[in-house]
Design a protein around this ligand. Structure first.
Ligand SMILES: *[C@@H]1O[C@H](CO)[C@@H](O)[C@H](O)[C@H]1NC(C)=O
Ligand SMILES: *[C@@H]1O[C@H](CO)[C@@H](O)[C@H](O)[C@H]1NC(C)=O
Ligand SMILES: *[C@@H]1O[C@H](CO)[C@@H](O)[C@H](O)[C@H]1NC(C)=O
Ligand SMILES: *[C@@H]1O[C@H](CO)[C@@H](O)[C@H](O)[C@H]1NC(C)=O
Ligand SMILES: *[C@@H]1O[C@H](CO)[C@@H](O)[C@H](O)[C@H]1NC(C)=O
Ligand SMILES: *[C@@H]1O[C@H](CO)[C@@H](O)[C@H](O)[C@H]1NC(C)=O
Ligand SMILES: *[C@@H]1O[C@H](CO)[C@@H](O)[C@H](O)[C@H]1NC(C)=O
Ligand SMILES: *[C@@H]1O[C@H](CO)[C@@H](O)[C@H](O)[C@H]1NC(C)=O
Ligand SMILES: *[C@@H]1O[C@H](CO)[C@@H](O)[C@H](O)[C@H]1NC(C)=O
Ligand SMILES: *[C@@H]1O[C@H](CO)[C@@H](O)[C@H](O)[C@H]1NC(C)=O
Ligand SMILES: *[C@@H]1O[C@H](CO)[C@@H](O)[C@H](O)[C@H]1NC(C)=O
Ligand SMILES: *[C@@H]1O[C@H](CO)[C@@H](O)[C@H](O)[C@H]1NC(C)=O
Ligand SMILES: [Cu+2]
Length: 574
């Protein structure tokens, strides 16, 4: 373990024991300094003690709370043996691409004993974000909430909640997650599944030996609570429900939506969703479980367990001794695509004068990308445990993206692409077939570090088409550096003649992560107004590891305010 002295004076965030936000006293336009020491820590879950990689020894990691317009400066010091980077999920990083974080894309990893300062502003954004490691599977334990409050005096477009509570879902492995993915990549098989899901780091009472490790939310009758849901699970989309309560959905991926009520909320890895919980008007003489378990569409095995927390009403009479009945929520079945589709279709932008939907109405460049699984042949000297003795792989337009030996953004900035990447990423599937029908005989993917280069301010439309090669599956696709509008979706093969007239260009939801439906397609539009190198990938980490990722290189514009500044002097080198 390297010992690193900090040259820059930094203020370490001290977390209050309570999870509630103390937001009123935050000023705005400030620079907020944090120090993230990447360290090992022993943690006991499910009766087993293991050493995990953490930030500042905390699990989940420290919460960052700032205001729209603030600057955030985080010095990350790596004291562990793993290479690591941190990504600020959903933050646009306007002209600060060097701070985005994905390893091999915007930076080389921070190696043992080294440090890097992430320095960015929170321009034009407010809502629920999160941060996580973006190297291998380290985000299994290295993640935390990043909350941007509106500027002082700017209200939410819904009644002010009494309290705000981050609810972070995670995925817990008794084994070392790094060993799990390393073994899977070696054998070609699907990775061992996790042992539990967690709520704010706690598996909850439905698991053996976890009664004490249950997140408790105490509420007062008649009050409204803003739950900031964040799905930090590695590989699983989650249904979330609270017994005997419906919630009002008001925001997704840090964009306000037209409010609607739901018994169950679907959150995919990478997504955030804000909901209002209206506590019952009078003391209900019961306690209520809230729980999350997967929405799973793939063919492989998955962790089908349930994490739970307890919603407890503060007894106005004060007699805490009476045992109250504990009610359980009814969650949709694990493969309830009808529920998932219905829920997703209700997400609509506010699209009003204050929060307009700036959806591109015209399109400069159109792309049709297949997203899905595939295979790699088994090396001659090995036996593989993937499909039919091959190794699992994944691709976009049959390209399984190979990480470059140096960071893409550096090569792009220095105009030295030779030997690092090529600019021939296919705009369309290389060989068309019935994407949601019988899979072609040859399911092998190709490999390459191929990118799409976009001139500054290109208006882009991407139709993402799920494939049924090795099983149709919902893929939560995440775009770095931009938000996008979801203008259309459907099942089966996308029809370029009959589907576009049905696109919603009025109030489509604005997101940074969206599930491409299992056996279906989804169309997004975005304006490439942020110079840099931007990863787009499936947020199911096993698919990401198998190559379901690509990158956009957005060129500088003509004006000085449209150019990527030079890299910071401490940018890690490979
Ligand atoms: C974790 O526990 C083991 C066994 O007790 C101990 O050897 C190790 O030093 C501990 N690690 C940390 C980071 O505390
Ligand atoms: C962060 O970036 C701003 C703008 O480039 C710069 O003025 C400031 O010195 C940087 N802060 C640190 C700690 O690097
Ligand atoms: C994965 O599971 C298999 C079967 O239970 C076990 O033998 C193996 O050690 C596990 N791998 C890891 C990395 O934990
Ligand atoms: C939990 O404990 C029960 C009772 O001891 C046991 O039957 C069951 O197998 C355990 N489940 C797991 C997943 O360990
Ligand atoms: C919870 O919901 C069930 C089923 O709808 C209902 O029978 C019961 O009265 C409710 N209990 C409370 C305390 O709200
Ligand atoms: C969960 O998975 C286990 C192991 O694959 C299986 O035995 C069990 O029936 C599943 N439970 C549910 C509710 O699907
Ligand atoms: C969902 O799972 C149930 C039980 O495992 C099964 O009977 C049903 O066919 C599945 N539905 C779909 C759409 O896969
Ligand atoms: C969609 O959900 C609403 C309630 O939120 C329900 O009334 C409606 O029947 C559902 N539609 C489908 C097709 O499931
Ligand atoms: C298979 O051969 C490759 C290339 O010669 C070598 O790198 C690899 O270690 C071998 N794998 C096994 C399992 O022997
Ligand atoms: C693709 O295959 C599916 C399933 O066999 C079939 O229902 C569908 O009609 C086919 N679509 C096209 C465009 O051929
Ligand atoms: C695919 O394989 C099947 C069965 O092996 C064979 O009948 C069919 O002709 C093959 N199709 C193509 C396009 O090669
Ligand atoms: C860490 O990154 C460096 C530079 O890219 C590389 O040489 C080294 O092998 C990596 N170490 C680990 C443990 O992955
Ligand atoms: Cu995926």
């Amino acid at each position: 373990m390297g010992v690193v002295s900090s040259a820059v004076p930094v203020r370490t965030l001290l977390l209050a024991a309570t999870i509630f936000l103390a937001s009123a006293e935050l000023s705005s336009g400030a620079t907020r300094h944090y120090k993230f020491d990447i360290t090992l820590r022993n943690v006991t879950r499910l009766c087993k003690t293991k050493s995990i990689v953490t930030v500042n020894g905390e699990f989940p990691g420290p919460k960052i709370v700032a205001r729209e317009g603030d600057r955030v400066v985080v010095k990350v010091v790596n004291h562990v043996e793993n290479n690591i980077t941190i990504h600020w999920h959903g933050i646009r990083q306007l002209r600060s691409g060097w701070a985005d974080g994905p390893e091999h894309i915007t930076q080389c990893a921070i190696q043992t004993g080294r440090s890097y300062v992430y320095n960015f502003t929170l321009a034009g954004q407010r809502g629920t974000f999160w941060w996580h490691a973006h190297a291998s599977w380290l985000r299994a334990t290295v993640y935390g909430a990043l909350i941007i409050l509106p500027k002082p005096g700017v209200p939410y477009p819904f009644p002010k909640p009494y309290k705000e509570v981050p609810i972070i879902f995670g995925e817990w492995f008794n084994a070392d997650p790094e060993a799990v993915i390393a073994q899977a990549l070696q054998t070609g098989a699907g990775p061992n599944v996790s042992d539990a899901y967690t709520i704010n780091g706690l598996p909850g009472r439905l698991y053996n030996c976890s009664g004490k490790d249950t997140f408790k939310l105490k509420v007062k009758p008649g009050k409204t609570y803003l739950l900031r849901l964040i799905n930090a699970a590695l590989n699983d989309e989650l249904f979330f429900s609270i017994a005997n309560h419906t919630v009002t959905v008001v925001e997704t991926d840090a964009n306000y939506v037209k409010p609607f009520d739901a018994d169950t909320v679907l959150v995919t890895p990478g997504q955030t969703t804000n909901v209002l919980l209206h506590a019952k008007p009078t003391f209900p003489n019961a306690a209520f479980l809230f729980a999350a378990r997967p929405y799973a569409t793939g063919q492989g095995t998955f962790d089908n367990t349930t994490t739970a927390g307890v919603l407890e009403y503060r007894n106005p009479i004060g007699s805490g001794s009476t045992k109250l009945p504990l009610l359980r929520p009814a969650l949709p079945s694990l493969n309830d695509t009808a529920y998932a589709t219905n829920f997703s279709s209700k997400l609509r932008s506010l699209a009003d004068a204050r929060y307009p939907a700036n959806v591109p109405r015209t399109v400069d460049q159109r792309f049709y990308f297949t997203v899905g699984l595939g295979a790699d042949p088994c090396p001659a000297n090995q036996t593989c445990q993937g499909p039919s003795g091959t190794k699992f792989a994944a691709s976009i337009n049959n390209v399984s993206f190979a990480f470059p030996s140096t960071a893409l953004l550096q090569a792009h900035y220095l105009a030295r692409s030779y030997g690092v990447y090529t600019t021939d990423f296919p705009n369309n599937p290389p060989s068309p077939f019935n994407y949601t029908g019988t899979a072609p005989n040859n399911t092998f993917v190709s490999h390459g570090t191929k990118v799409v280069v976009l001139p500054f301010n290109t208006s882009v439309e991407v139709v993402m088409q799920d494939t049924s090669i090795l099983g149709a599956e919902n893929h939560p696709m995440h775009l770095h550096g931009h938000n996008f509008y979801v203008v259309g979706t459907g099942f089966g093969n996308y029809d370029p003649m009959n589907d576009p007239p049905k696109f919603n260009l009025v109030d489509p939801v604005e997101k940074n992560t969206v599930g491409v439906p299992a056996g279906g397609w989804l169309a997004i539009r975005f304006l490439a107004d942020n110079p840099g190198a931007w990863l787009m990938h499936c947020h199911i980490d096993v698919h990401l590891s198998w190559g379901l990722r690509m990158a956009w290189l957005v060129n500088d514009g003509a004006l000085p305010t449209q150019k990527l500044p030079p890299p910071p002097s401490d940018l890690p080198r490979c």
